[in-house]
Design a protein around this ligand. Structure first.
Ligand SMILES: Cc1cc2nc3c(=O)[nH]c(=O)nc-3n(C[C@H](O)[C@H](O)[C@H](O)COP(=O)(O)OP(=O)(O)OC[C@H]3O[C@@H](n4cnc5c(N)ncnc54)[C@H](O)[C@@H]3O)c2cc1C
Length: 434
């Protein structure tokens, strides 16, 4: 069978590899001049770092299995367990321990009082006494958290996570998007704190994410090398606008959402995407050797509206990943800031934000190098209304001829832990199509 694949991101590469392993002829068409999609290296003073995805969730085990198959077992790395911080209006606070997506496990959680003050602790204690039906009719995640805990927990603990990690305000998030089945569990366990404790107890032990020494771009390079070894042909600079442009094929896999430029699903569209600009700074800043904000901070919305910080999150990359700490050497640090509005993402703003967020004076002379990348991400599946859009998309996908399949983050969900198993499964299923 001859298979044509559109897109050389992780979805396309994983499907290409599996199909080639099964003995099929595979051709991958990629619009950019390099593979990897949302995994991409950038250079900071000669050092390669990830400017897109920098880790993968261990849930499900599919990505780690692939890393092992690619011979990178010895290169698997875990982040330092330094904890992360929140920040609001000039004040940084360590996130309480044992929580889930910002929701605390209970009023005794270590660090809770420092993060939300005595009134926040009282709100968490009160939540355990509330009728489990309170909040059950919430239209979005913000309404649920507000009904159970009030504004302080919503703004200081939950909103920074949804904004920083999912690029969404909690007002725009479906209630069960972060915690599927949460309302049912709330009725069963009696309080959200008890739901958090129950889920934490059932979670995978150890770190929730892992990466590859040298960066996730090495994982892409290993995937491409394996594909080439198996005879997969790659064509770069090949932006498809119509399925008729595919080379001769028996089956095809499309890994990109339908768009006005590539309307292969008739009128169906994936909905409004999300912009995120990542700015990486290499700093000569020995004061950061102490890792003053753990692995980084998530920024809460400013209550006063007057805070000058524009970033929505900062990762202290050299604090998080020991291999990179060794590579940069003592006194040198890498931080990555992300911005919802690209107009805010100048190196000057990033330096000022890093200084405020890390609580450490940083000036332009300490900036050794910088890199930036604007990402256009597909609409987050957790967004309100996304379920209906996805259902329509899935109908349109189902109307395609059976030898054409769709995969990738826009339809599988955000993150490599969702993308990799779907790509393997669909490649396997194509085998059975006549
Ligand atoms: C800043 C950032 C940080 C992230 N962090 C993490 C993380 O820490 N952990 C995690 O698990 N996930 C993370 N993700 C998400 C993860 O990177 C994605 O879920 C995954 O890489 C998507 O792979 P994909 O192949 O589905 O899509 P993509 O990577 O988008 O690949 C699609 C490819 O198709 C190409 N293409 C587009 N249109 C056409 C066309 N018309 N013709 C031909 N080619 C086309 C594109 O150039 C691209 O190479 C992050 C994403 C970003 C942007």
């Amino acid at each position: 069978m001859r298979v044509a694949i559109v897109g050389a991101g992780v979805a396309g590469l994983v499907a290409a590899r599996r199909l080639a392993q099964l003995g099929h002829g595979v051709r991958v068409l990629e619009a950019a001049d390099a593979p990897g999609g949302m995994i991409r290296p950038a250079r900071l003073a000669g050092l390669q770092i990830d400017i897109g995805a920098e880790a993968f969730a261990v849930r499900g085990g599919a990505v780690a299995e692939l890393v092992v198959e690619l011979g990178l077992t010895a290169e698997l790395v875990e982040p330092r367990a330094l904890g992360s911080w929140g920040y609001q209006d000039g004040e940084a606070y360590a996130q309480p321990k044992g929580g889930l997506f910002g929701l605390p496990p209970g009023p005794d959680a270590a660090g809770l009082e420092a993060a939300v003050g005595p009134e926040g602790v009282a709100a968490v204690a009160h939540e355990a006494t509330l009728d489990p039906h309170i909040g059950a009719d919430a239209a979005n995640l913000a309404d649920l958290v507000r009904a159970r805990y009030g504004e302080r927990i919503l703004h200081r603990l939950v909103a920074p996570v949804t904004r920083g990690v999912y690029s969404l305000d909690p007002e725009l998030m479906r209630v069960d998007a972060l915690l599927p089945g949460v309302l049912e569990q709330l009725r069963k366990h009696g309080s959200l704190g008890a739901v958090v404790r129950d889920r934490r107890a059932a979670a995978w032990p150890g770190a929730l994410v892992r990466s590859v020494r040298g960066g996730m771009h090495r994982f892409v390079a290993a995937l491409v090398a394996d594909c080439e070894r198996l005879g997969v042909a790659f064509e770069y600079g090949a932006r498809l606008r119509h399925l008729d442009e595919l080379p001769e094929h028996d089956s095809a896999i499309v890994t990109v959402p339908p768009s006005d430029d590539f309307p292969y699903l008739g009128g169906a569209r994936a909905g409004e995407g999300v912009l995120s600009e990542v700015v990486a700074l290499l700093l000569d800043a020995p004061a950061l050797d102490a890792h003053p904000r753990g692995t980084g901070l998530l920024v809460a919305p400013s209550a006063s509206g007057a805070d000058p910080v524009r970033a929505k999150a900062l990762t202290h990359v050299t604090a998080k990943w020991p291999w990179l700490d060794e590579a940069t050497g003592a006194g040198r640090h890498i931080v990555r800031l992300s911005y919802a509005n690209p107009a805010d993402a100048s190196p000057q703003q990033a330096l000022a934000d890093a200084s405020a967020l890390l609580g450490t004076p940083l000036d332009a002379e300490q900036l050794v190098d910088q890199a930036r990348q604007l990402w256009h991400m597909p609409p987050p599946p957790a967004r309100l209304g996304a379920a209906q859009t996805r259902a329509k998309l899935q109908d349109a996908v189902a109307d395609l001829p059976p030898n054409i399949r769709c995969i990738g983050t826009w339809i599988a969900g955000t993150g490599l832990a969702s993308v990799v198993p779907q790509a393997n499964q669909v490649a396997q299923e194509l085998q059975n199509v006549d």
